[in-house]
Design a protein around this ligand. Structure first.
Ligand SMILES: *Cc1c(COP(=O)(O)O)cnc(C)c1O
Length: 495
């Protein structure tokens, strides 16, 4: 399996090369040249553990890894760091199936990919004979940063640098990052929002002079954001897994469709579901849920992606990990829907960069029919958590609540209430404890940590081990930088 860029340069790379590079030379994103078909049928997989399904799915994409190498990566990633009985849980509540992806170290779904990425990365470096130090640059809206820090902390041959928006993450999320241990970890708050952080990171990637300066010092840059194909592919596995579980439980027969609902920011998670369907998992609708930053809702409905000032504002919401207007992985979908036309994609991305607006071709528009876009306001988010808790005793975090509310809108609008539906449940409610507690009628409390304690005693839901005693840990990272000084921060980190 080879990887090609979304922007039309015909250079093909192996999986290992694409993982090391993170982003293609022509600034595009890597996609597999064909999406592999499931190397098994669903019946055969019933009853199989998560790791085995992950081995088959991830192995089908990265077939340049030997089975031994892949087993090493999977085994290292999905071990007792995950507290669920089989890495993830699939729980039924309120007419939907919640795929709980947050039972790893940092209590968000980012652990699903970022616990394996360091293994994929170090194995790739070995395979390619790369001896340079790898500096992983990461922009985070709150969850990727901590998961990447945990994944790469003290991994030999790597440095990890994380940028998060000041005031754009929850108190728990921030404390998780700034208390990170590990000699190779570096965390900076930037003055700006997530889009500024992500744009800054992309600028550094595209700065040839900076790359040359680093190369002279024996350093190469790579990414832990979902622009890295090594981040995206591991996420495909849990959609295959949840379909197998639904079949196993008799919720559907193999071959019948399931819908998926994904609270979406950078479009990575929902794109992984799309890859799963391309592999052969019968997915009916991809329900894309946004918060007040509803650029994707409008895009799916109109085919116009518009982030012009005056047309669209950036909102800081109670589901901060989705406070994003420039949704990176959409580029990969545009590439696939346009019949892998890199010229079209390059044109759209340049228009977005310069004019802040683009409209897709009728062909791409037709492909978008498989998607349903909806959004949820902050108040509706709180209401959804509140009602679910009262009626079903099931506690959702704010992002999952956005997904659930949009799913309800979807059912109302389309009448499709019978297709079994999997909701990607992306974080523990404790990461956004103040919102969840408020929804459950608790508070006011003094700070985020008091909300965690109060929510735990009121609901009896266990606090994830990674979030306990955060307020007692020493703050190790205090840097704050301007968005246009991020390269200097990287230089500082690499000293
Ligand atoms: C990152 C994140 C999202 C958005 O996922 P994308 O892959 O960026 O679309 C949603 N919810 C939570 C809790 C997240 O951390």
């Amino acid at each position: 399996m080879k990887y090609e860029s979304t922007r039309g340069s015909r250079l093909k790379k192996t999986g290992a090369q694409a993982i090391i590079q993170g982003i293609a030379e022509d600034k595009g994103l890597y996609v597999p040249e064909t999406i592999p078909v499931l190397p098994f049928n669903i019946e055969e997989l019933k009853g199989k553990p998560y790791k085995e399904i992950a081995f088959k799915v991830i192995g089908a994409f990265f077939d340049d890894f030997t089975p031994e190498e892949m087993r090493h990566c999977i085994g290292g990633a999905y071990d007792s760091k995950f507290t669920a009985s089989d890495v993830v849980e699939l729980k039924e509540a309120g007419g939907a199936h919640f795929l709980e992806l947050y039972h790893g170290k940092t209590a968000a779904f980012k652990d699903m990919a970022l616990s394996i990425l360091p293994y994929l990365m170090t194995t790739s470096l070995k395979k390619e004979g790369v001896t340079d130090r790898i500096c992983i640059l990461t922009a985070t809206s709150g969850d990727t940063g901590k998961a990447a820090l945990e994944g790469f902390a003290d991994v030999y041959g790597t440095e990890i640098v994380v940028f998060y928006p000041t005031g754009g993450v929850s108190q728990v999320q921030e404390r998780q990052m700034v208390t990170q241990e590990g000699k190779n970890t570096h965390v900076f708050a930037i003055r700006g929002n997530f889009d500024d952080a992500q744009t800054g990171v992309k600028k550094i990637f595209n700065d040839d002079a900076f790359a040359a300066e680093l190369a002279a010092a024996g350093v190469r840059l790579s990414s832990a954001n979902s622009i890295n194909i090594g981040r995206l592919v591991p996420q495909v596995a849990y959609y295959v897994y949840s379909y197998v579980k639904l079949a196993e439980r008799g919720v559907l027969k193999a071959g019948e469709p399931m819908n998926v609902v994904v609270p979406t920011g950078n479009f990575g998670n929902i794109l992984a579901a799309y890859f799963a369907r391309e592999m052969g998992v019968p997915v009916g609708k991809f329900i894309c849920a946004s918060n007040d930053n509803k650029v994707l809702t409008d895009f799916i409905r109109t085919g116009v992606y518009d982030i012009r000032k005056g047309v669209r504002e950036f909102y800081c919401t109670n589901s901060p990990s989705m406070d994003i207007l420039i949704s990176s992985n959409l580029e990969r979908l545009l590439y696939l829907l346009s019949g892998r036309d890199g010229e079209i994609v390059r044109g759209l991305m340049e228009r977005l960069d310069k004019e802040k607006v683009y409209e897709v071709t009728p062909e791409v528009r037709r492909g978008l029919c498989d998607f349903y876009g909806g959004f949820c306001t902050e108040k509706e988010t709180i209401d959804a958590i509140s009602r679910m808790w009262e009626k079903n005793g099931y506690l959702m975090d704010t992002h999952t609540a956005v997904a659930y509310k949009v799913y309800q809108d979807y059912v109302r609008e389309t009448g499709d209430k019978d297709t079994p539906t999997v909701i990607a449940s992306t974080a523990s409610a404790y990461k956004f404890a103040e919102s969840a507690a408020t929804a459950c009628g608790i508070g006011p409390c003094r700070d985020g940590f008091e909300y965690v304690a109060a929510l735990a005693s009121a609901t009896g839901v266990e606090v994830p081990y990674g979030l306990r005693d955060l307020d007692k840990k020493p703050v190790l990272h205090k840097g704050v930088v301007d968005a246009d000084k991020m390269a200097d921060a990287v230089r500082e980190a690499l000293k």
